[in-house]
Write a protein that binds this ligand. Structure first.
Ligand SMILES: *[C@@H]1O[C@H](CO)[C@@H](O)[C@H](O)[C@H]1NC(C)=O
Ligand SMILES: *[C@@H]1O[C@H](CO)[C@@H](O)[C@H](O)[C@H]1NC(C)=O
Ligand SMILES: *[C@@H]1O[C@H](CO)[C@@H](O)[C@H](O)[C@H]1NC(C)=O
Ligand SMILES: *[C@@H]1O[C@H](CO)[C@@H](O)[C@H](O)[C@H]1NC(C)=O
Ligand SMILES: *[C@@H]1O[C@H](CO)[C@@H](O)[C@H](O)[C@H]1NC(C)=O
Ligand SMILES: *[C@@H]1O[C@H](CO)[C@@H](O)[C@H](O)[C@H]1NC(C)=O
Length: 387
């Protein structure tokens, strides 16, 4: 079981040494880009599943803490230091959408998180700072790589702690779209992520949790990123998740990594259909992309040799209106490079660290430019919880 001790150790380890290298922000039990004997991922073998969190669901497992279920859904409550309730889905999806109806937790330094995570450290996130009731942060990682400066972007939301909002990630081989209440705020095209090499594209499960980035024992940078030190005398801090709807664009019994490339083409769906390339060239901007329909140019992703690479679609029209995120690289510190050995266990991959820069949000016409200390560390904390 995860403990706060190992959590702290993980984070402290990360900042212990100064060097250009850093342990990745995330944790995996077996990284299929490094090992060939990793177990297959259990997949969701249906097109969609909706969890009503007013009661406990067998499709999810608590990986830390205790979660209560009530009329407001699953309650992720931090009542005191050391608590970080977290659940994860019992299945993976390969392209699809994740739609979460929730209220973020209040409290300085408290971080409500919705994370999609793969075995080789592809990751897509929503995060909410308890001390900031006006924004949400979107972020992603490809293969645990933290070297780019334009990954974390904040978008305005009205009162996310007191109002129910629906946050959706729609994920295809062409693009990832983050939507708030059905409006796309950000689009990441495949080619935008280092030519696709850092585009999340391997099976992911979903992790939802609440943790104290502002715990006084955390490194200064993490506390700063989290918005300040958490004052536990103001607890409890509760994040509510009423429902989650997940679509899987590649239903199967399991997913197998057929080589160490970490490409979506290398993923073989077992007892399923080959990974569909981009149902996405369609440009429905509402994030809830029609999963089926579309132009199903299902090419063989099954690693079987015939890879007719149909959809190289440069998603031209797709990105259209919504989110031209012209990243103004960090207005401040270039470096915040941290390093160290992580928590000791775990196949953490090494990669470079970075501060994150907030680009201008063209869609909302709002500049949310500000450099924050490595969000990376924050994820180390969150992910350590899943050990
Ligand atoms: C919330 O975060 C945004 C984006 O970083 C920032 O512009 C705003 O000032 C913050 N508000 C508070 C109350 O910290
Ligand atoms: C595929 O289906 C067969 C027959 O139902 C079953 O025996 C097998 O376990 C399935 N494979 C996986 C990976 O679930
Ligand atoms: C590859 O495609 C060719 C032509 O469509 C077909 O004849 C061949 O059987 C396919 N091979 C595999 C492994 O699917
Ligand atoms: C910060 O990075 C920019 C772009 O990489 C570089 O031009 C600049 O010299 C760096 N500044 C410092 C202080 O390292
Ligand atoms: C690390 O792994 C070893 C062996 O797998 C185990 O005995 C030890 O308890 C683990 N340590 C932590 C901190 O998880
Ligand atoms: C870290 O950055 C350096 C220089 O930018 C680059 O050469 C190296 O490949 C990067 N390491 C990783 C793991 O991305």
């Amino acid at each position: 079981m995860p403990s706060f001790r190992s959590l702290s150790a993980a984070v402290l380890g990360l900042v212990a040494v100064s060097s250009p290298l850093v342990q990745a922000q995330t944790y995996t039990n077996c990284n299929p880009t490094e090992k060939t004997d990793c177990p297959n991922d259990a997949a969701l073998n249906q097109a969609s599943i909706t969890t009503d969190f007013t009661s406990e669901s067998n499709d999810w497992t608590a990986t830390a803490g205790t979660i209560n279920y009530g009329s407001n859904g699953a309650e992720f409550t931090i009542g005191k230091k050391g608590e970080a309730p977290t659940i994860k889905s019992n299945f993976y999806i390969l392209f699809g959408s994740v739609e979460v109806e929730m209220k973020a937790a209040p409290g300085t330094g408290i971080i409500s998180s919705v994370v999609m995570e793969s075995d080789d450290l592809d990751e897509v996130d929503w995060e909410f700072l308890g001390g900031n009731n006006t924004v949400t942060e979107t972020n992603y990682f490809g293969k645990g790589d933290t070297t780019t400066y334009d990954r974390a972007i904040y978008y305005p939301v009205s009162d996310p702690q007191d109002n129910w909002h629906t946050y959706t990630v729609d994920w295809t081989s062409d693009a990832i779209k983050w939507s708030i209440d059905g409006t796309v705020v950000r689009t990441l095209s495949y080619s935008d992520a280092k030519g696709g090499s850092r585009f999340p594209q391997t099976p992911m499960n979903v992790r939802i949790g609440n943790w104290a980035g502002g715990d006084p024992s955390n490194p200064e940078g993490t506390i700063e990123w989290a918005g300040g030190e958490t004052d536990y005398s103001k607890a409890p801090f509760t994040m509510y998740v009423k429902s989650v709807k997940i679509q899987n664009y590649t239903p199967a019994d399991a997913y197998k990594f057929t080589d160490t490339s970490g490409s979506w083409q290398s993923i073989q769906p077992l007892n399923g259909t080959a990974a569909d390339t981009a149902k996405s060239t369609s440009n429905n901007n509402n994030g809830n992309s029609a999963s089926s329909g579309g132009n199903s140019n299902s090419n063989s992703g099954s690693g079987s040799g015939n890879s007719t690479s149909t959809s190289t679609s440069p998603s031209s029209s797709t990105s259209s209106s919504s989110s031209s995120s012209s990243s103004s690289s960090s207005g401040g510190s270039n470096s915040t490079s941290t390093s160290g050995s992580g928590s000791g266990n775990g196949t953490s991959t090494s990669s470079n660290s970075s501060g994150t820069a907030m680009p201008t949000n063209a869609a909302a016409g709002t500049v949310v430019s500000q450099t924050l200390f490595s969000v990376v560390l924050a994820f180390a904390v969150f992910c350590a919880l899943n050990l």
